[in-house]
Design a protein around this ligand. Structure first.
Ligand code: THU
Length: 138
């Protein structure tokens, strides 16, 4: 397993967690990733009065991966970077296991070999989402 600085990644996830918008659940979540272009990107959960519209921390992480809202980070037509390693944390900075929908989101952008740290330790995404559906099935 490649060398990942999980302590730094967790710290970045915790800093992102502080920006969570969670007036309904009061359950802030932060996510941080090492991307294939070397960037550390982060996301936090953003809730909505229409509860089902809530964006999980992993959703904003994936948006950040694509440079959404950050002009100049990715040139148009450039191959988007991939997720290499992801840490998701709760309010205490402890690893949190991503919900099923987010496992699928992470799979699209990191694939089965993505390293994921959860309450169960560091594993490959394929261990959390076996036989995943992906673009190759379309
Ligand atoms: N949440 C995440 O941000 N990521 C997950 O993987 C699990 C759940 C958020 C959604 C909601 O704002 C709060 O945690 C409680 O479910």
């Amino acid at each position: 397993m490649e060398e990942i600085d999980w302590v730094s990644l967790r710290a970045a996830a915790q800093a992102a967690m502080e920006r969570a918008y969670v007036p309904y659940s009061h359950f802030p979540v932060g996510a941080a990733a090492l991307a294939s272009d070397g960037r550390i990107i982060t996301g936090c959960n953003v809730e909505n009065a229409s509860f089902g519209l809530t964006l999980c921390a992993e959703c904003s992480l994936v948006s950040a991966l694509h440079g959404a809202g950050t002009p100049g980070e990715l040139t148009v037509g450039e191959t988007p970077p991939r997720l290499v390693a992801v840490a998701v944390v709760d309010r205490h900075g402890s690893p949190l296991t991503p919900c099923g929908r987010c496992r699928q989101l992470l799979h699209e952008h990191g694939g089965p070999e993505l390293l994921l740290e959860t309450s169960g330790g560091v594993k490959r995404l394929r261990d959390y989402l076996p036989d995943a559906f992906g673009p190759e099935y379309l």
